[in-house]
Design a protein around this ligand. Structure first.
Ligand SMILES: Nc1ncnc2c1ncn2[C@@H]1O[C@H](COP(=O)(O)OP(=O)(O)OP(=O)(O)O)[C@@H](O)[C@H]1O
Length: 315
């Protein structure tokens, strides 16, 4: 389990000091390691550089977020990690093994729940296990029979308040309920690493807040390794151990934030002055990046400079 000792006390923030590097680096290899990933989409006569030398890691049991301007290449990065695209440069390692260009190593939760309308909630939740090789995971140890898997999935559905809807079809569920089912499907998949691509973006604000709290509790109980895409700085700060901030396209990592707030975290943390300060600082970064994307020459060149003094690591 990774730890993120940081020194982001209000005093240090005022003093303009940086967060210390994590003290503990476990000898266990990262659940996910991206090493110098670059990709350009090539068409007949043109080339669109989308990712440029992106490196990041997710240690076992860590919740890591990616945040960056729209169109910067976040989903493309997920497609590369999932083996749907092969980078022109760089490597992907999972648990120390090079898996660049290989499929089947991750469980994935997309923006839309993508439940099959002809399958019940229970059968949708079981879908992730049907085409994947069986192996132990933290959430689900090895089973011998289909019946046991169904029973366990039913217990999970009860736990997330979907017990009465196990036999219902997706169109009868609310957006939040569908997302919980989609999350369970990913959680019960045998792959250890979960990629969550803006899972709450289609939900209304209140449901989204509820789902964030729900995800926090679920993750704190199960501690899967998660890479999470979001556009919401508040969501990233609330949920993550670490946040990678991407530049505009071609995306590279411009800041890494070791989130200093202890767990378990609850909604109240968003009212903490340190949380508000982080949010303000990160909003500034994102705004600068957006201006750069829009071609605002006044601030071009200032984006990669860390002026925060509150613990971010500029690259
Ligand atoms: N298959 C493709 N062929 C050509 N260009 C593509 C392809 N897929 C994505 N792009 C382009 O690559 C860029 C990055 O797209 P991507 O969807 O990865 O960005 P994103 O950061 O996930 O965006 P958003 O935050 O809006 O979801 C965009 O300009 C997009 O138009």
């Amino acid at each position: 389990m990774s730890l993120h000792p940081t020194d982001l006390s209000p005093q240090n923030m005022a003093d303009g000091q940086r967060a210390v590097e994590p003290l503990e680096h476990s000898s266990t290899p990262p659940a996910l390691e991206l090493d110098g990933i670059s990709l350009a989409f090539r068409e007949k006569r043109s080339s669109l550089p989308v990712l440029q030398d992106v490196s990041l890691s997710v240690r076992p049991g860590e919740f890591v977020s990616l945040i960056g301007p729209s169109g910067s290449g976040k989903s493309t990065l997920f497609h590369i990690i999932g083996g749907l695209l092969k980078p022109q440069l760089g490597h992907i390692r999972m648990n120390g093994q090079d898996v660049t260009g290989e499929r089947g190593h991750i469980s994935y939760m997309p923006q839309q729940p993508a439940l099959f309308p002809w399958r019940t909630t229970l059968d949708n939740v079981l879908l992730g296990q049907e085409n994947a090789p069986r192996k132990d995971t933290a959430a689900q140890p090895r089973h011998t029979s289909e019946r046991e898997r169904r029973e366990e999935a039913l217990q999970w559905l009860e736990q997330v308040g979907l017990g009465p809807f196990a036999k219902a079809y997706p169109h009868t569920l609310s957006g939040g309920m569908q997302q919980r089912a989609a999350f369970l499907r990913a959680l019960l998949s045998p792959q250890e690493l979960m990629l969550l691509d803006e899972p709450f973006s289609a939900l209304d604000a209140l449901t989204r807040g509820d789902m964030q709290q729900w995800l926090l509790r679920m993750w704190e109980k199960n501690r899967r390794s998660v890479l999470f895409i979001t556009h919401s700085i508040e969501e990233a700060l609330l949920l993550s151990d670490r946040i990678y901030v991407l530049s505009a396209r071609p995306a590279s990592v411009i800041h890494v934030v070791d989130v200093p707030f202890p767990r378990p975290r609850r909604e109240e943390i968003t009212l903490d002055p340190r949380f508000i300060e982080w949010k303000r600082k990160m909003t500034g970064w994102m705004r600068e990046e957006k201006h750069r994307l829009d071609g605002d020459t006044d601030i071009t060149g200032s984006v990669r400079e860390d002026t925060s003094g509150i613990g971010a690591k500029p690259l």
